[in-house]
Design a protein around this ligand. Sequence first.
Ligand code: C2E
Ligand code: MG
Ligand code: MG
Ligand code: MG
Length: 290
Amino acid sequence: TAKDHGGNEVVTFTSEMRVREEVRVTVEMSLLSAIRDGTLAIHYQPVVDLRTASATGVEALLRWHHPTLGPVSPELFVGVAEATNLAGELGRWVLDGACRQLAAWRRDRPDVVGADFTMAVNISPVQLIAVDFVDAVAEVLTRHGLDGRDLVLEVTEHAVVGDLDAASATLRGLRRLGVCVAIDDFGTGYSSLAQLKALPVTILKIDRTFVQDLGRTAEDLSIVRSIVGLAQSFGLDLIAEGVETDLAARTLLEMGCTTAQGYLFSRPLPADQLLAWAAAPATPAVPSPR
Ligand code: C2E
Ligand code: MG
Ligand code: MG
Ligand code: MG
C-alpha cells in the first residue's frame, strides 16, 4: 500500500542520513591526510569537438578511494571540504596537480596534447571569493610554465550569485590573466539574464540533466535550444555535459552546439589512460562510443 511504501521511504531516508553523517565525519578526519598519502587522485574527462570527435581539452575531476569507505563521491567530499575549511587546501591541490599534468603532457606528447589543448578545473565558492585567489592562479600558471588561456575555471551559478560583487571581481581578475571562465551546470541555478550579462564569463556548460535524454523529449529540446540562443546572443562558447547517446550528440550538432563531454566519448580517466584515449585516431563527424 501507499502507507507501507511511505514508511519504507522514511526508514531508508533515516539510515541514509546516518550513513551520510558517518561519511561526513570520516571524510572530515581523513581528507587532509588523503591529500598527503596519495589516495586522492585526479581523473580527466575529454572535452570533445563533435565535428571531429577529437579532444580539445579535458576537465579535471577529483577521485577519492577511501581505505574503508571505498570510492567517495566528489560531490560529497567537496561539500565536506567546503563546510570544514578544507576547500582552500583541496582546491590548491587540484589546481596544482591539473596544471602540472597539462605541462607534462605538452612536454612529453606535444603530438597529442598541443598548444590549444585546455585544462578545466572546478573551483568551489569558497575559492572564488578568497581575496588572494587570482594571485594564486597566476602563481600556479607561472610555476608550470603555462599561459592563462591554457586554463578554464568552472564555477556554478550558485557560487557566483551567492556573493556577486566578490565573485565578479575575481572573475575579472581571472579574465585579465587570460583564463577562461565557465558557468558549470548551467540551467539549474538561479542567475538572471542581467547577472549573466554583467559577468565576465566565456563559456556556458549545459547541465547534463537537459542533455542525457536529448532528442527524446520536447522539453529538453526547447531548453537546450534556448540556452544555445542565449550563448549566441551573449557571445559565449558552449559545452554540453552528459552526452550519453549518439542521438544527443547529433541533436546538439544540429542546434549549433559543437563541443561536448560525456560517457558516449569517455568517462573521466586516469592521466595515462586519458593520453592513450586522446592519442587513438578519432572517428571524424561520427560521434560513436569507443
Ligand atoms: P561537474 O563539474 O558538473 O562534473 C561533471 C560530472 O558529470 C562528473 O561527475 C562527471 O563524471 C559526470 N559525467 C560526465 N559525463 C557524464 C555522462 O555522460 N553521464 C553522466 N551521468 N555523468 C557524466 P563527478 O566526477 O562525480 O563529479 C561531480 C561533481 O563534483 C562535479 O560536477 C563538481 O561539481 C564536483 N567536483 C569534482 N571534482 C572537483 C574539484 O576538483 N573541485 C571542486 N570544487 N568540485 C569538484
Ligand atoms: Mg565541472
Ligand atoms: Mg556540471
Ligand atoms: Mg555538478
